[in-house]
Ligand binder design. Structure first.
Ligand SMILES: [Zn+2]
Length: 94
């Protein structure tokens, strides 16, 4: 079998057709990209990025990193505290 990246023959390839060397390189690059994305964009409770976050990389000088964006239900039709005597509601009425 040939590695899809370096074209060397390998006994075993990973799911995406890489030899162990290329897989290890790709893996450390992926981890470093996620660390950079967290450094620049993660805000606890607002925007969070998983260890296994999907990356979408094309030819442009950057990439998309899948992230979790917190959505507050407060004062929307999804509000779980609706009708309850919730502190937030009290403050709004006062
Ligand atoms: Zn390779």
């Amino acid at each position: 079998m040939l590695c899809s990246k370096c074209n060397q023959s390998a006994d075993a390839l990973t799911d995406n057709g890489l030899c162990d060397d290329c897989h290890a390189k790709a893996e450390s690059r992926r981890i470093a990209i996620i660390a950079l994305a967290r450094e620049r964009h993660q805000e606890e409770g607002e925007v969070e990025i998983d260890d296994e976050a999907k990356l979408s990389e094309g030819d442009d000088n950057g990439c998309y990193v899948a992230a979790w964006v917190w959505l507050d239900f407060g004062e929307t039709k999804f509000d779980k505290a609706k009708g309850e005597n919730h502190e937030r509601t009290k403050e709004t009425q006062a």
